[in-house]
Design a protein around this ligand. Structure first.
Ligand code: KIV
Length: 276
């Protein structure tokens, strides 16, 4: 069944948990799309897990469009949400609408996500008015890493917690169809989830969110530059890849690969003719 923003809105009413993963390329998107997953986020986390930057700040609109196009080709039933990268919407409402439009027109995403609370609600409203569905994102928003002084859990003081509840309400009012809650205490995420009518998608925000998202390389053990406490490993594909790459190297060096089963034949008469 095709997942849409309507599916997301209805899931909250029906108290059905939403499940999302990130993806950045065609073949991964195709595998995810064949599973029971509601949404794919083409996250600007691609800057870290695909491009090797130490944070997400260097990701460009061109990077996002390039990877979003690839993911959309592999995702037939999954809702594809693409991230607006750092400085593509902070600069003005015009830039926000223009760049959100590029992710839809050129990247072929169905919805966009941007980071921030009350301060970005004018952008959210303008993008929604342009008929583009928006997912909000509050808490440990990675584009604010320098302002936060590192990747730190947010909302631990009374003022910060109140601010996050207010931010979530304002994002809903601005017209977003869902909000990502990242890196906030479980009980605060529960309060936020209960105080709004749109679904919350948690990452490092505990079990009371309406859904969950993980970066696929994190949950498959393919990326170990950072090891956040909230990541559960559902596989050790990194280990499997290393084993497979080493077996391949060993077999090439010992001439065990390619063997007969992986090679092509030619009539011996032709070879005889060629070497006579
Ligand atoms: O960029 C990303 O992958 C994200 C998720 C961590 C929510 O924003």
């Amino acid at each position: 069944m095709k997942n849409t923003t309507e599916t997301f809105r209805n899931a909250k009413t029906k108290q059905e948990k939403l499940v999302m993963l990130t993806a950045y390329d065609y073949s991964t998107a195709k595998i995810i799309d064949s599973c029971d997953i509601n949404g794919i986020l083409v996250g600007d986390s691609l800057g870290m897990v695909c491009l090797g930057y130490e944070n997400t700040l260097s990701v460009t609109m061109e990077d996002m469009i390039h990877h979003t196009k690839a993911v959309v080709r592999g995702a037939k039933n999954t809702l594809v949400v693409a991230d607006l990268p750092f400085m593509s919407y902070q600069t003005s409402i015009y830039d926000a609408v223009f760049n959100a439009g590029r992710l839809i027109k050129e990247g072929h995403a169905t919805a966009i996500k941007l980071e921030g609370g009350a301060l970005v609600c004018d952008r959210i409203k303008a993008i929604v008015d342009a008929q583009i569905p928006v997912m909000g994102h509050i808490g440990l928003t990675p584009q604010s890493v320098n302002a936060f002084g590192g990747f730190k859990i947010q909302g631990k003081s009374i003022d910060k917690a109140k601010q996050l509840i207010e931010d979530a309400k304002k994002i809903e009012e601005a017209g977003a169809f869902a909000i990502t809650l990242e890196g906030i205490p479980e009980k605060l995420a529960k309060l936020i989830t209960e105080s709004i009518n749109i679904p919350t998608i948690g990452i490092g925000a505990g079990k009371y969110c309406d859904g969950q998202i993980l970066v696929y390389q994190d949950m498959l053990g393919m990326f170990d530059d950072l090891a956040p406490k909230f990541v559960k490993k559902y596989g050790d594909i990194g280990k499997n890849m290393r084993e497979a790459f080493n077996s391949y190297a060993k077999e090439v060096r010992s001439s065990a690969f390619p063997d007969e089963a992986h090679s092509f034949k030619i009539d011996q008469n032709i070879i005889d003719e060629l070497i006579k």
